[in-house]
Design a protein around this ligand. Structure first.
Ligand SMILES: Nc1ncnc2c1ncn2[C@@H]1O[C@H](COP(=O)(O)OP(=O)(O)O)[C@@H](O)[C@H]1O
Ligand SMILES: [Mg+2]
Length: 268
């Protein structure tokens, strides 16, 4: 079971979008997946077609980390109902619901004891190939809780000046954090989101990112896609949405997923 945190220093760069794109690719490729919505805004919960309040949510489970059995509180994503009927039975895509409650743990001065709460919850969990943790937009308590429980961090960045600088700071923060608290933690790479082929600035920043991150820059780069908000608004998996441009996007997530989970977890 691969536990992957999706993080960035800033909001609005596409953490939730990447989490959902990967969840859609996982569903499409038969990778049994659990999405943990740690962001108090709970956008991933909504996007995965789960109503807030459907199960005991992340904040409450973190509070009860020692006693709670997380497997009893996962909720099935409504995306499964959109699959052809014959595929629904074997599909696994579950969600640990997010809510504002988790924000009580989002302090910069989080105690090491609290930092282990998600790790404790996930200890002994089985039945999934992949756990995706959608993090809030800061490196505060909740992101640290996610990292302490994870094998890998996937960073999301936009091809812009501040994002490049922020990503470098975040990579440093991950190195320091893993040295001190999480020896198992590695950097999966940096996914670039919302790139525009017609933008000279984006092209320049992409070259800069290639130079800075070397093999940590993950390909393909995800393009700006005008349908994306509509897809998310409809709480739909990108793999089920019609249109060529969206199909390219879905394939990009397939490619990224293949680099993140062991080949044996993928169907076919
Ligand atoms: N590749 C993309 N093309 C177009 N819009 C995007 C793309 N990625 C994200 N967005 C939009 O940008 C906004 C922020 O994305 P989101 O995934 O919520 O970021 P974060 O979780 O990092 O705060 C959302 O409205 C989302 O629909
Ligand atoms: Mg988000």
């Amino acid at each position: 079971m691969q536990i992957l945190s999706v993080s960035s220093l800033k909001g609005g760069v596409g953490k939730t979008s990447v989490t959902m794109g990967l969840a859609s690719a996982a569903l499409h490729n038969g990778v049994k997946t659990l999405v943990i919505d740690l962001d108090p805004h709970a956008d991933a919960t909504t996007g995965l077609s789960v109503s807030r309040g459907a199960g005991r949510e992340a904040g409450q489970l973190l509070r009860e980390a020692r006693r709670a059995n997380i497997a009893e509180h996962t909720v099935r994503s409504g995306w499964i109902d959109l699959l052809p009927e014959e595929l629904q039975r074997d599909a696994t895509l579950d969600v640990v619901v997010g809510s504002a409650l988790s924000s009580t743990f989002d302090r910069p001065d989080i105690r090491p004891r609290d930092m282990k709460r998600l790790k404790t919850l996930l200890h002994g969990l089985s039945g999934y190939d992949l756990v995706l943790v959608d993090c809030p937009p800061s490196l505060s308590g909740l992101t640290r809780i996610a990292w302490a429980a994870s094998h890998q961090v996937l960073l999301v960045a936009e091809p812009s000046l501040f994002s490049v600088a922020g990503t470098e700071r975040t990579m440093r923060a991950i190195r320091l954090f893993s040295n001190e608290f999480a020896p198992q933690l590695t950097q999966a790479g940096v996914v670039v989101n919302r790139a525009r082929a017609d933008s000279a600035e984006h092209e320049y920043r992409l070259l800069e990112m290639e130079r800075l991150y070397l093999d940590k820059l993950m390909l393909p780069v995800l393009e700006e896609n005008s349908s994306w908000q509509q897809i998310q608004g409809a709480a739909y998996p990108v793999h089920q949405w019609p249109g060529d441009q969206v199909r390219d996007m879905a394939q990009s997530f397939d490619e990224l997923l293949k680099q993140l989970v062991p080949a044996k977890a993928l169907n076919g």
